[in-house]
Design a protein around this ligand. Structure first.
Ligand code: ZN
Length: 139
């Protein structure tokens, strides 16, 4: 069985990592899939998705802030961005973060670790973004 769902994320800052674990958990629950894989794909070039700690919110702030120090909006390291849109930093951060994750489903539950959460990574907000979820498995 393969199930597909789409939902939206509103980001309110230029750069922010937002937890979307609850949204994904709800989709998995509604699917009634017992064993399988949940793939989450972000169809954007200046936003991505990652799994990281959700217990201490400052971890996600540190990730976003540190990426911004490494790759500032105006560029750095003696290199001038060629892309005229002015958001090359966001494209680079997107490539580093990646656009998809897979999480195993076992006994109807996402097999995330105790401290793991699924984070939507916005690098060129604020925007209304899409998230695609595809669940493959058996009931
Ligand atoms: Zn661009």
């Amino acid at each position: 069985m393969i199930l597909f769902e789409e939902f939206r994320v509103n980001t309110h800052e230029r750069e922010v990592l937002l937890e979307i674990t609850n949204e994904i958990t709800q989709i998995v629950k509604n699917s009634n899939i017992n064993k399988g894989t949940c793939s989450v794909f972000v169809p954007h070039t200046t936003a991505g998705i990652t799994i990281n700690e959700n217990a201490d919110r400052s971890v996600m702030k540190d990730v976003a802030n540190y990426l911004n120090k490494l790759i500032p909006k105006g560029g750095g390291l003696g290199y001038s961005f060629k892309h005229g849109e002015g958001n090359s930093d966001a494209h680079i951060k997107c490539s580093l973060t990646g656009n998809s994750i897979d999480v195993l489903i076992h006994d109807g539950k996402l097999m995330l670790g105790t401290w793991q959460g699924i984070m939507f990574a916005e690098y060129d907000g604020p925007k209304n973004r899409k998230v695609f979820v595809q669940i493959t498995g058996e009931f």
